[in-house]
Write a protein that binds this ligand. Structure first.
Ligand SMILES: [Mn+2]
Length: 207
């Protein structure tokens, strides 16, 4: 697979991150395994790097995702609206994962849109909206979770990928590929999910 991150705002996002402290990660309503897996993996990564990151989502995730490491620390906008709003007001940066338009977040999307905080996108759906100042948008990939793996690796922090982060990413990739039945035509997807962060080459070939 091409190093698609070079064709995105990847490097500019590194600069914005370096100037940020409090970071919100968010995803779409009725979140699936990729939405929650990608959010929690990013959450673990950023906190390990010393940022103060929180995940805020519009509504509750399904119970079968409650086992994912960090799920209990997710803030639910529907249930805890005032605290979520305060967090967003205080944040320096909002990272939007696994959706392409803030309208997918209902009331939370409206609040984020009207907030002055910079919004960046990491997502694999076509036709991202213009609401994000910087974007990593790439549709020829299994999942946002695979993109988060690539993002962390290319940032030079692959060593921060622990077992819990791998569980989040695996869940996301397995969800969006129907347990590896579609959208997974590249060897790299399998290498990542085989768990060998040491064995993964960023340049995988088609199988
Ligand atoms: Mn997805």
């Amino acid at each position: 697979m091409e190093d698609y991150l070079e064709n995105t705002d990847f490097h500019k996002i590194q600069e914005v991150l370096d100037r940020s402290g409090k970071i919100i990660i968010t995803t779409h309503t009725n979140p699936d395994g990729d939405a929650i897996g990608a959010s929690l993996a990013m959450y673990r990564y950023l906190n390990k790097r010393g940022f103060c990151a929180r995940v805020i989502i519009p509504d509750l995730y399904p119970e079968f995702l409650a086992w994912l490491p960090g799920s209990r620390e997710i803030m639910i906008f529907d249930q805890d609206t005032d605290a979520c709003k305060a967090m967003i007001r205080e944040s320096d940066l909002i990272i939007c994962v696994d959706f392409n338009n803030l309208s997918r977040l209902n009331e939370l999307g409206g609040f984020i849109r009207s907030s002055g905080t910079a919004k960046i996108l990491i997502d694999h759906h076509l036709y991202p909206s213009g609401e994000f100042i910087l974007k990593i948008s790439f549709s020829k990939i299994s999942s946002t979770s695979e993109m988060i793996f690539d993002f962390i690796s290319k940032s030079g922090y692959k060593h921060l990928l622990d077992k819990e982060t791998a569980e989040c990413l695996y869940t996301g990739i397995a969800t969006d590929t129907g347990s590896f039945s579609y959208a997974c035509n590249y060897v790299k997807t399998y290498l990542i999910t085989a768990g060998g962060s040491q064995t993964v080459q960023l340049q995988g070939g088609r199988h």
